[in-house]
Ligand binder design. Structure first.
Ligand SMILES: *Cc1c(COP(=O)(O)O)cnc(C)c1O
Length: 397
């Protein structure tokens, strides 16, 4: 058993979400050539995992953050204020609201409007220095699952290129361009194709703009891919004089998160062994939605004996999947799901009234420290409607 696995298995309580500071810094180090060699600007997409301690850890190694809402923008802005206080903060969302645009323009350095209608309705009221741009939809699909495909038919995400070309040529207030069309992609071929289409559709307009944001969605999990991205970034800078941003989330934190869970019951059904875990779909909703089994590690988790690992909620389909063991996991034994750093806690719920996992940080010296526990008080506060002051009635919104 590796030192990492035995450290994870010894967390003081389960279920526990552990984020690995060393793995996050390694990922940032891997991406560094895009900044150092190509002058690209690296942002962290906060929505993947917004823990404030993690934002503080990431901040010195990035050029800023990318937000998808006012709350994310506030959290990132506060992290920037705790740090060097500088850097870029980008936002794009179909959800921009008139009552929020003033504050967003104060906090964010770059706003990419999702539609021309949104731009025309909201841009005029912006007095602050945020640089304005358009999120475009290049119309090139690469994903099989339309639920993840921003370029699906009738997409709500971004302005179609034809419309965007006309607007960018006419509107001097628009200084930049944003697109994001991928999810968990391990090759840069789609990015190359997308840039090709963008350059032929927008041509000279690109030379007038100040910046372009290539979005996220690429895992960039090898040095070769990072070099390839650095070349693409350098090319854009040379040809058009653009400042080039990219804003990965999962590439930075995906492999740096683990969920430690414990077997709390075991029985046979129809000839299959079923082990019930003290976690479930409420902690890893993507397992249910996309029917994907997360990677697993644990003592004995590499053998031939099949065992169905299931969550403890009422949902019949709350199933992690069938795994194979050298020795079937017994009650009280712990297992670890890997590669669950991104889009797990941000999409977790307290469905069935089960608590959120406690959160632990795996420090660089190998110590695991608890950083957050929720418990019944947090659960009650979420649902209590009587006898508490109304939060958010005024300034807290
Ligand atoms: C979600 C998102 C990202 C980050 O995506 P990853 O897959 O985590 O890299 C970046 N930009 C936009 C606009 C997004 O919606």
């Amino acid at each position: 058993m590796t030192a990492l696995l035995s450290a994870l298995l010894s967390v003081p309580e389960t279920p526990a979400f552990v984020y690995d500071e060393g793995a996050i810094l390694e990922a940032l180090q891997r991406l560094a050539p895009v900044r150092a060699l190509a002058g690209g600007r690296l942002l962290y997409s906060v929505k993947a995992l917004p823990l404030t301690g993690l934002l503080d850890l990431i901040q010195p190694a990035v050029d800023g953050f990318a937000a998808s809402s006012l709350f994310e923008a506030r959290l990132a802005h506060e992290a920037m204020a705790r740090g060097a206080g500088q850097g870029a903060l980008h936002i794009t969302t179909p959800g921009l609201r008139a009552e929020e645009i003033g504050e967003l323009a104060r906090r964010c350095s770059h706003i990419s409007f999702n539609s021309l209608e949104q731009y025309r309705r909201l841009a005029a009221s912006i007095e602050d220095a945020a640089s304005l741009g358009l999120r475009v939809n290049p119309g090139l699909s690469f994903l099989d699952d339309p639920r993840h495909d921003p370029c699906r038919p009738f997409s709500k995400l971004g302005v179609p290129l034809g419309e965007a070309a006309a607007a960018l040529a006419a509107e001097r207030a628009l200084e930049g361009l944003h697109f994001h069309t991928q999810f968990e992609c391990r090759s840069l071929t789609p990015l190359r194709a997308t840039l090709g289409r963008l350059e032929s559709a927008l041509g000279r307009v690109l030379r007038r703009l100040r910046w372009i944001n290539l979005g996220g969605g690429y895992l960039l999990d090898s040095a070769a891919l990072v070099r390839e991205l650095a070349e693409l970034v350098a090319g854009l800078r040379e040809r058009y004089g653009l400042e080039v941003f990219f804003e990965p989330g999962k590439a930075i934190v995906g492999a740096a998160g683990y969920l430690v869970t414990e077997v709390i019951d075991r029985f046979e059904r129809g000839g299959k062994t079923i082990a019930v875990l003290d976690s479930g779909v409420q902690h890893l909703p993507a397992v249910f939605e996309y029917q994907k089994s997360p990677a697993l590690a644990g003592p004995g988790a590499d053998g031939a004996l099949p065992c169905l690992l299931v969550g403890s909620t009422c949902l019949a389909g709350d199933v992690f999947g069938e795994y194979r063991f050298r020795r079937l996991p017994s009650v009280g034994e712990r297992l670890v799901f890997w590669d669950v750093g991104a889009y797990t806690l941000t999409r977790a719920s307290r469905f069935n009234g089960y608590d959120w996992p406690a959160i632990h940080a795996l420090r660089r010296d190998g110590r695991i420290e608890p950083v957050k526990r929720y418990g019944y008080a947090a659960y009650r506060s979420q649902w209590q409607t009587e006898g508490t002051p109304l939060v958010g009635g005024g300034g807290d919104r």
